[in-house]
Design a protein around this ligand. Structure first.
Ligand SMILES: [Ca+2]
Ligand SMILES: [Ca+2]
Ligand SMILES: [Ca+2]
Ligand SMILES: [Ca+2]
Length: 399
């Protein structure tokens, strides 16, 4: 079994996305064009050149300006048939903005576990899942998991449907390890298995959900804010009720912000990992108002894990230390990170939505916060699912 490695939050020095779209350079602009709009015509009208497709299936292209990229982006934006255009700063500032990475803390450790260990691990007790499952399993709820993809053979108990591979721009979002250390951090394919692990956690919390896997990160755990935004829009088109984002970056992208606003407008619940800096430094998309920023609890559930990002901007907390789940290749791994906390919240939201499918996203938040146990620097703290279900009964199912 290929196992994983260290520090995705380290500063990245080399190009992302060796498969599919390559990293840009300073002066690059990414734009989505309306269907039938020719990128060559847009380039000619904006004094730029077409570099390559970022996501051909959605008519998203990378353009290059030899002059002022900011002005060129404005010029492209003004052309008829352009949905958006934004400077791609991944080429100039390695750790910033458009470049996003997964929020796992250190290595996934292979552990000699069984499915029974997975289903009875401490997080299951902390979240009171057994009691919740007497009333709801999340049936009928669609959870989009934006991540490194999913190996279906590793999670035979998960109902998968739809999704897309935005890294390779194909319909098969299976995890792919290319055996190359594309980000040059000394560890090869360190995020391989991340999306499979996350998917299993969503299903552990809400066993009857349907997961839609969107592959937006490569096996190094790297992706772009443009792909994340496009995946959100695709998830909305595919009828997502909940969107799980276990990655982020230290800088805002307007395109990604627009995507989360569109999701909120459609009453879709968006959950994102808060980050693994151990500080109150804000990360995006978690920090956006429309997104539930999730911190990671230590194993006993009373304090945040040392690595977890924290502070007044965090919305909620969930278990995120030594979480056991399957990884590609047929084994089990223990992994820590706010990456692992977010899917518990996504699963809990799905449990509530299954009871009251018309529930507004804002009310899902309210229900999750009902009687939650405060944790210092961890927002509303640890969800008390039975109380949350009671809130849904009181406000949606009775009277
Ligand atoms: Ca693929
Ligand atoms: Ca690789
Ligand atoms: Ca690497
Ligand atoms: Ca937020």
């Amino acid at each position: 079994m290929k196992l994983l490695s260290a520090g995705l939050s380290t500063i990245l020095l080399v190009p992302l996305l060796a498969t599919g779209a390559s990293a840009g350079e300073p002066g690059d602009i990414v734009a989505r064009l309306g269907s039938g709009v020719d990128p060559a015509a847009i380039a000619a009208a904006s004094d730029t050149t077409v570099v390559e497709p970022v996501l051909a299936s959605r008519n998203v292209w990378r353009f290059r300006s030899d002059h002022d990229a900011h002005k060129a982006a404005d010029k492209i934006k003004k052309q008829e048939g352009v949905a958006y255009a934004e400077e791609d700063i991944t080429g100039s500032i390695p750790e910033a903005g458009g470049r996003m990475s997964g929020w796992n803390d250190g290595e996934a450790r292979a552990v000699p576990s069984t499915e029974d260990d997975f289903r009875t691990q401490p997080a299951v007790g902390l979240l009171d899942l057994a009691a919740a499952h007497e009333q709801t399993h999340g049936a009928g709820v669609r959870v989009a998991v934006l991540d490194t993809g999913v190996d279906p053979s590793a999670v035979p108990f998960v109902t998968l449907d739809g999704g897309w591979d935005l890294v390779d721009d194909d319909p098969d979002p299976n995890e792919v390890a290319n055996g190359v250390d594309d980000d040059g951090d000394g560890t090869v394919d360190e995020a391989h298995g991340h999306g499979t692990h996350i998917t299993a956690i969503v299903d552990l919390a809400a066993p009857d959900v349907t997961v839609m896997p969107f592959r937006v990160l490569d096996a190094e755990g790297m992706g772009s804010s443009f792909l994340a935004a496009e995946a959100i829009w695709m998830a909305l088109e595919q009828g997502a009720d909940v969107i799980n984002i276990s990655f982020g970056a230290g800088e805002k992208s307007k395109v990604l912000e627009q995507a989360v606003k569109d999701a909120e407008d459609q009453q879709v619940v968006i959950v994102a990992a808060a980050g693994n800096t151990g500080t109150d430094e804000k990360h995006y998309p978690a920090e956006f108002d429309e997104v539930i920023a999730t911190a990671a609890l230590a194993t006993d559930g009373t304090v945040l894990a040392g690595f977890s990002s924290r502070g007044g901007w965090v919305d909620i907390s969930a278990p995120g230390e030594h979480i056991i789940a399957p990884v590609p290749g047929g084994g089990w791994a223990s992994w820590s990170g706010t990456s692992m906390a977010a899917p518990f919240i996504s699963g809990q939201a799905a449990l509530l939505l299954a009871l009251a499918p018309d529930m507004e996203a804002e009310d899902v938040w309210k229900a999750l916060e009902e009687d939650a146990l405060k944790v210092e620097d961890g927002g509303e703290g640890l969800v008390q699912l039975v109380a949350s279900i009671g809130w849904v009964h009181e406000h949606y199912l009775e009277g």
